[in-house]
Structure formats: C-alpha cells, structure tokens
Design a protein around this ligand. Structure first.
Ligand code: F0G
Length: 434
C-alpha cells in the first residue's frame, strides 16, 4: 500500500518517502504525518477481522495496537515489529468520579494498564518498529518519565540501544528505575524538557540516532490505536466527548487523526469532540486557544506543575492539536494544582487510580460541565494516560497534608486518607476500627 510522509502545514504539503529519516518538513519546517492510500476497504469486514484477532495467539493479533494494523500500514515487513502486548487497556465506569465531574456517567480508558505503565507503549511499538526497519542502531528520547521507560523497554526488547535524556532531579524514581532496569544509557541533564528536546535533536542529527519523541510521526500512528480500540470496545458507538491531558500535545494529535481516519473509512459515523486539559503552570496551548487567533503561539519559558508528565512549556505538536480541537469542535481547559490533586484522589477512591497528569482530565471535566461546555448527560470518555504508581511520593504527601504546589502553596488534602500509627495492642486497634 502506498504510504508517504506529508508536511502537516496546509500551505506546503510537501511529500517525502516513508523511509526518509525526518521529523520536520525540509521545505517549511512543518510537522510531518504519515498518509496512506487506504483504498476503500469494507468497514464491516475490518471490524470482524479485528474481533477475530482477539481469539488468536499470534503476537501481532494479541497486541492492542497491531491488531488494528490496517489503520497504519507503513511497514513493508511485519518482522520489524516488537510487541510487549501493548494496548488492550480497559474502559472502566467510574460513578463516583462522574458525580465529582458533574456528569451522569463517566468512563475512563486506562492507558496505565500498558506494559510499562502508560500510553507511550501504544506509540513506541510503532516507533521502534520503524527504527528497526530503517536499520537504526541507537534510539533516543527526552522524557519526563513515561516515554523513557517505554522507549527503554521496546528498544532493549528489539535489540536497539536506548539513550535517555531526562531533566535532572525532575522525574519520578519509579520511571527512572524502569529505564535503568531495561538497560538504557541514562543521562540526567540540568535543563528542562523543552531545552533537552532541542539538545537531543542536535545529537540525533550529529550521531545518526533515531529520535523517538512524539515529534516522530510513527509514534503518533501507534497512538491512534487508543482511539480505535476505544471504538471497538464501545461497539463503534462514538462518545460525545473524549478528554485527555495535554503536554507536548502528541496524544491529542494522534487520537484526533485516528478518529478522522475512522470516520473517513466509514468505521464511525461522526467525530467525538476532543477536550484537552493542561496544568495552569504549563498551559501555553490553553492560553493560545483562549486568544482565538488573536495572538501568536507563545511558549512558556519556565513551566511548573507537580504533574511532571505535562510539565512542558513549548509543545512541539501544537499545530496538529489546534487542528484536531477545532475540527472536532472541542475545548481546551486549564486546571490548578489543587484541582488536579483532588481529582486524582477521587479517581483513586473509585478503585482505579492514575498519575497526576491523568487526573487533569477529571479536574477539567468538572470545570467544563460547570461552565456548561460539556452537558451533564453527555457520553464522556476520559483517557487516564498513566499508572497510579508513577508518583507514590506525591500520593503520600497529599494524603498526609504535606503536598505543596511548585510555588510553595500548600495543597489541601480535601480527600485525604492518612495512615494511622497504632500500638501493638488488639484492644486499642479494635476500638479504633469500631
Ligand atoms: N500523560 C502522561 C502520563 C504522560 O506521560 C504524558 C507525556 C502526557 C500525559 C502528555 O501527553 O505529550 O502527548 O500531550 N509524557 C511525556 C514523557 C512528555 O516524556 O513521558 P502529550
């Protein structure tokens, strides 16, 4: 099948070979995306074949990404694929979170169930496959945690050398531990995410290393599967809203592309509206969209939030994200540290749990329903992007009333759950339990 890399800038649309090692258009500097000549496959036949694959023991069919490979046919040979059986993440109903969010019903698509604990695995399996197909030996990324853990795992599983660059002192131990355990060469750089991304791009160019940040269009292709699997699990009934946190804005770009392509192929009959939620201290996209075209996009120089996964001031994919939000008649919201922390505890009380960045979704939903943007009876799916074990420190501090925002403001434990210190005395403990 014909596939190309195409410049995302509508005024340029330059085409490149699918095997060119490029992250930006060489003509205008725009973002790139993979495009295919899908032909006109029978939507019913595709859906049946994807269902049947769930019964198969073939690794590619067991993957919740490659099961849908007809939607991203960029490889010439499936032997390049490395799968850890990524995807296959559940849709979970969360009545308590729905009430908190001002909704009659709310469903979470929990990407934290992935092999390395985040949605990055959906994209990384595709990015790593492309790296192998191109004959690359080394792969690199800058990361606030999840990308590095994911890239380390897929690279090592696929015989590639992973090189990881992380902001020194600013990533969770759980994530750093994964990178080390999976055998990545790990560099802790004294700079923030945006600065390190610029640095890694220079190194990638100079040393011929393949870059696996979300600027890599094949990462985006893999992350489309989050939308496809969601629709498959919902028997192709489109929700009114899909809500997700926004950092570098790759994921909203991916889901938006996935929904559009499914609609164009007749797999779904309409687009859901996409809502992106940013942390107030790292919300350049929110600011830009608020200005409704009256201001240029402005990066935020010193982004600050405890939700480290979305602590990004200069998101590379903002033009794609803007397109997807506008095309889907979506919304962008920003939430405070207190709002994120409380929403996270409520998601925890549902027996579900997630990392701080993921909880921005529920905090955003609460604001969007209060403002009348999301209707109370809407059918809403929020994407929980990462696992509850990402930031145990944050959780302990919140529940014991010790959590502080980056500017030192105390965060109240409105849903706190303190551990109780007790003597080794059955009578006293029984009394407490009663
Ligand atoms: N949620 C989680 C758990 C993340 O790890 C990230 C990104 C995002 C949301 C934001 O997604 O960038 O596509 O808008 N984490 C990156 C990392 C930056 O390095 O792991 P986005």
């Amino acid at each position: 099948m014909q596939s190309d890399l195409v410049c995302f800038n509508p005024a340029c649309r330059a085409r490149f070979s699918i095997t060119d090692v490029l992250y930006n258009c060489t003509k205008c500097g725009g973002l790139l995306e993979a495009q295919y000549d899908f032909g006109s496959p029978d939507p019913g036949a595709l859906k049946r074949s994807w269902r049947e694959r769930r019964l198969s023991n073939e690794p590619l069919c067991q993957s919740g990404v490659w099961r849908y490979r007809e939607m991203f046919p960029f490889l010439d040979d499936e032997r390049h694929v490395i799968t850890l059986r990524e995807g296959n993440t559940p849709l979970l109903d969360a009545p308590r979170a729905a009430v908190y969010g001002g909704l009659a019903r709310l469903t979470f698509k929990h990407q934290g169930f992935n092999p390395t604990g985040s949605f990055k695995d959906n994209g990384m399996t595709c990015g790593a496959a492309q790296a192998r197909r191109l004959g690359m030996k080394r792969v690199a990324c800058v990361s606030t945690g999840n990308t590095s853990a994911s890239m380390a795992a897929y690279a090592s599983a696929g015989g590639l050398e992973p090189l990881i660059f992380i902001p020194h002192g600013n990533i969770s131990y759980g994530k750093l531990a994964q990178a080390l355990e999976y055998g990545a060469r790990t560099f802790q750089v004294e700079a923030n995410f945006d600065q390190i991304l610029a640095l890694v791009r220079v190194l990638a160019e100079r040393l011929g290393i393949y870059l696996l940040n979300s600027i890599n269009p094949f990462r985006i292709e893999g992350q489309k599967s989050i939308a496809i699997e969601m629709m498959d699990q919902r028997d192709w009934r489109v929700p009114d809203w899909v809500v997700l946190p926004g950092g570098n804005l790759g994921n909203v770009s991916a889901l938006g592309k996935g929904f559009r392509e499914m609609r164009d192929l007749g797999l779904i009959d309409r687009l859901p509206r996409l809502a992106v939620v940013q942390a107030e201290g790292a919300s350049p996209f929110y600011q830009y969209m608020q200005a409704k075209g009256h201001a240029r996009f402005q990066a935020r120089e010193n982004p600050e939030t405890l939700a480290t996964a979305i602590k990004i001031g200069d998101p590379v994919s903002w033009p794609k994200a803007q397109f997807e939000v506008v095309t889907s008649a979506g919304a962008v919201e920003s939430v405070t540290e207190q709002e994120i922390a409380d929403a996270k505890a409520v998601i925890g009380q549902c027996g579900i749990g997630c990392e701080p960045a993921s909880a921005a979704t529920l905090a955003g939903i609460r604001k969007l329903t209060a403002a009348g943007v999301i209707d109370k009876d809407s059918n809403v799916v929020a994407v929980l992007t990462g696992n509850v074990l990402k930031d145990p420190d944050y959780i302990y501090r919140y529940h014991t009333d010790q959590l502080k925002a980056p500017d030192g403001t105390p965060i109240k434990a409105n849903f706190g759950n303190r551990p109780i210190v007790v003597p080794n005395d059955a009578d006293r403990i029984a009394e407490l339990i009663r």
